[in-house]
Design a protein around this ligand. Structure first.
Ligand code: UDP
Length: 368
């Protein structure tokens, strides 16, 4: 069978790497499974794309749709047109989409509409309930046409059941982002600036921000940065800046000598930093999962999360979007009262193997 694997943006690359490795393994063992890697080109530069292929040993994409940047609708349209052309020329048997980015939704729609190609959604069923997030729309639309849901939590399973999805379509398998984290942990790289910034284990903070609610408004972003500088007791705050946030930072400037603005980091450097940090402050989704597994306190600058298990089981806490909450959260961290957390069920590094075995079962594939 021919499986298309879709990846378009940074978090996708981390989620597909173990799935590709698992398919290659099955194929080597004689199971009739081939794949085509389709890069939509949503993220395209070295720091948001190329470095991840290199570090995570992801093979070069078979196709690049070169969607580039644009508005939500422009990107969705370009990706759908590009992927539809590929499918019309050479259809696949199954389209695997991961996560919640524009490419996830656009390719799921294109696949379903070309000959009702089956769609599998890895990380299906998660919901923030916040329709102001473009990702939430991508999740809902993708899941409304998905055939096979590979889920990360019982909460996701329940969300799907509530939406009327039958148990026979839901496969609770765990988290492929955590497969990558475990596989790569022995290879984490201490960033070159470690000594220049005089960093010491557990004596710095890692920060990332890229949600429109936090970074698209000049005043809000300024207030967030101001509160973080004020609350962080002079500890270095390492801030790898997402391209979306970079434009706004250029407008407002950056304040506070302990706030260290840098380019987005490679995966192995970023997770080295997270693993050895005192805490993470973020509005990312994936980073709350990684911090949970690494046992690092995580403050999330959002009012909701589609990954509630990172709060109920892990080290994450939603501190909300009001910057006044930042001071008390840091005070709690410095008092040593932050929860220790544990690791959610099936986040064990073996998820991709489970996904690929289920696909083999569903499609009746056997070793030759
Ligand atoms: N990440 C990275 N370098 C960075 C910031 C993040 O490698 O400078 C990784 C991080 O470890 C996680 C993923 O990017 O695996 C999260 O991506 P992002 O925050 O862009 O997306 P989200 O998870 O919010 O969808």
């Amino acid at each position: 069978m021919l499986i298309d694997i879709i990846a378009g943006a940074r978090p996708n690359f981390i989620k597909i790497a173990p799935i590709i490795a698992a398919i290659e393994e099955q194929s080597k063992e004689g199971v009739d499974m081939q794949y085509r890697l389709v890069h939509t080109g949503q993220h395209y530069d070295k720091k948001m794309s190329g470095d991840f292929f290199e570090q995570l040993n992801i093979p070069a994409p078979h196709y690049n749709l070169e969607a580039g940047s644009g508005t939500q609708a422009e990107q969705t349209g370009k990706i759908m047109i590009g992927y539809e052309q590929l499918l019309l020329a050479q259809p696949c048997d199954l389209c695997i989409v991961v996560g919640d980015v524009t490419s996830t939704m656009a390719c799921a729609i294109a696949a379903k509409k070309v000959n009702n190609i089956k769609v599998a959604h890895v990380e299906g069923g998660i919901r923030s309930g916040d329709l102001t997030m473009p990702e939430e729309i991508n999740r809902i639309v993708t899941d409304s046409i998905t055939d096979y849901f590979f889920t990360t939590s019982e909460v996701a399973n329940e969300n799907l059941r509530k939406a009327g999805v039958g148990n026979d379509k839901i496969f609770f398998v765990g988290n492929t982002m955590i497969d990558t984290l475990y596989q790569q942990m022995p290879h984490f790289i201490k960033p070159a600036f470690w000594d220049n910034y005089n960093l010491k284990d557990r004596q710095y903070i890692v920060m990332t921000l890229h949600r429109p609610n936090n970074v698209d408004n000049k005043e809000i972003l300024k207030e967030i940065l101001h509160e973080i500088v004020k609350a962080s007791n002079g500890l270095p705050v390492i801030f790898p800046v997402h391209p979306r946030t970079s434009k706004m930072l250029d407008v407002i400037g950056i304040e506070g000598s302990n706030l260290l603005k840098i380019d987005p980091l490679s995966y192995l450097e970023f997770n080295y930093l997270v693993k050895n940090s005192k805490a993470v402050i973020t509005d990312s989704g994936g980073i709350t999962e990684e911090a949970t597994v690494l046992g690092v306190p995580c403050m999330t600058l959002r009012d909701s999360t589609e990954r509630p298990e990172t709060c109920t089981i892990g080290t994450n806490e939603l501190i909300g979007t009001d910057p006044v909450n930042i001071g008390p959260a840091f005070a709690k961290l410095f008092s040593g009262a932050w929860k220790k957390g544990s690791i959610p069920e099936l986040w064990d590094g073996k998820t991709a193997g489970r996904i690929v075995s289920r696909i083999a079962d569903i499609f009746g594939l056997h070793k030759l």
